[in-house]
Design a protein around this ligand. Structure first.
Ligand code: ADP
Length: 431
């Protein structure tokens, strides 16, 4: 299937309920437009006739419900049409969720209690590369198209569809998600974990998931509209052992009431059995799309790096990040957990020298911070750092120990909203 193409303008005719699957070339963007009929990309309708430019490496499908003709200009890694897709089953899920939103909204206007007015809280689970992020996107865009403002929650620290990897985040989706730009970051609530795998500090991961859930719950209290619209929660692909525990933890913490299991029979049956005694939680098995592109560890690592680059420079180099200078004495950098354990001699007799996973460990600002990503906390005091969300990220490009200053890259100029910075193990080599 699929072959690289020459850079010529070409047309593809799509039959009803089929899709054109594309991997844009690694070097050049692809121009594409809908000549006639209607087509959508992951739930967001394409405007008729207008040329759109898709950046290098983007992988997507142009799907049509009733047939369409697509025109393309530029090279691709892969392009082929598929008439077997799970889209009908996905849109059926959407229809059920829609019914629950309407029910919640109607109950809210009658002044019922919160359990009645709560819209669907959907959690999407499955192995890596099963199409979780893509399905989440479709459900959100279809809901937004009908005027809802559902909340998207991304718990996947490995890739990060809202902000940089190593973070968990949530944002309201007010419009169908832009096929090129992806999920908007402007209104996001972001917590920084600092690592791309939860096993680096499981306790911290769980604490942050809980903080995020509580914050959203608080926001919903005053907002019947977003409560009725509900949430779509995307999770990471780690589904065995501790990964499985974390799925259960997320279901519980967010009070999810719809669990969508993509592409794994075993996970589906495990979750169905363990959630049997919760009659208000539906566990639904869904087929994985044949269009989902698998990524190996190296590709994943690369994608993380591009994602960080995109944070500072924009998708098409359209942002200009600022190089700022700060005095070392004005910055307070902390690591969470680990650090050197207290020597046994310093502990009370009988106490175990276990590292506290939630301990704040101050970090010296020196050359060791080069190539690491730092989160800027909203905390006002150090002891608020763990429970605070973050304003954004900076990247230290130079440490001048003689002048006692650092130069850092930030998405904007001006003073940092806080002097408290969080350090993890997330590195980035600017290229
Ligand atoms: P997961 O979240 O389970 O890891 P994703 O939803 O991120 O998987 O999908 C992996 C990749 O496959 C993404 O780049 C996505 O854009 C692409 N993809 C998903 N579905 C399709 C499809 N039907 N056609 C082409 N590419 C797809």
């Amino acid at each position: 299937i699929g072959s690289a193409s020459a850079s010529t303008v070409r047309q593809v005719k799509l039959d009803r309920e089929s899709e054109l699957r594309i991997e844009v070339s690694n070097e050049t963007p692809l121009r594409l437009r809908v000549l006639n009929g209607n087509a959508e990309i992951f739930g967001t309708e394409l405007p008729p006739e207008i040329w759109l430019s898709f950046p290098p490496r983007l992988k997507f499908a142009v799907f049509t419900w009733y047939g369409a003709t697509i025109e393309m200009d530029g090279t691709t890694e892969t392009e082929y049409t598929a008439d077997e897709t799970p889209m009908v089953s996905y849109v059926n899920v959407h229809a059920v969720l829609e019914g629950r939103r309407n029910h919640a909204k109607a109950s809210a206007s009658k002044g019922s209690d919160t359990s009645q007015v709560q819209g669907p809280r959907v959690i999407v689970v499955g192995p890596t590369d099963s199409g979780k992020s893509t399905l989440s996107r479709m459900l959100l865009s279809w809901a937004a198209k009908q005027g809802w403002k559902p909340t998207y929650v991304d718990l996947d620290i490995g890739q990060g569809s809202i902000t940089v990897p190593g973070s968990i985040a949530a944002t309201p989706i007010e419009l169908p998600i832009d096929s090129i730009e992806g999920i908007p970051l402007e209104m996001a609530l972001v917590y920084f974990f600092g690592h791309t795998t939860p096993s680096n500090n499981l306790d911290l991961y769980k604490v942050l998931v809980k903080e995020l859930a509580q914050m959203l719950e608080k926001q919903f209290t005053g907002n019947a509209e977003s409560r009725a619209a509900g949430m779509v929660i995307n999770t990471m692909g780690w589904i065995e052992g501790v990964g499985y525990e974390l799925i259960l933890h997320a279901i519980d913490t967010f009070n999810a009431n719809v669990v969508l299991v993509l592409g794994q029979e075993k996970l589906f049956s495990m979750l169905r059995d363990v959630l049997k005694n919760k009659p208000n939680v539906d566990v639904v098995k869904l087929q994985k799309s044949g269009g989902v592109v698998s990524r190996n560890a190296k590709v994943r690592q690369k994608a993380r790096s591009y994602r960080i680059r995109e944070y500072f420079y924009g998708l098409t180099n359209d942002f200009s990040p600022h190089a700022n200078v700060a005095n070392i004495s004005d910055l307070h950098v902390y690591r969470i957990g680990g650090g050197p354990q207290a020597p046994r001699s310093a502990l009370p007799i009988g106490a175990d020298p276990v590292a506290n996973p939630l301990r704040l460990v101050p970090v010296n600002v020196d050359q060791d911070l080069l190539h690491l990503l730092l989160a800027v906390s909203y905390a006002k005091e150090p002891d608020e750092i763990i429970s605070s969300n973050v304003a954004g990220f900076i990247y230290i490009t130079d440490v001048d120990t003689r002048r006692k200053t650092v130069t850092y890259l930030g998405p904007s100029a001006g003073i940092l909203p806080s002097k408290y910075l969080i350090l993890g193990t997330l590195t980035w080599l600017e290229t």
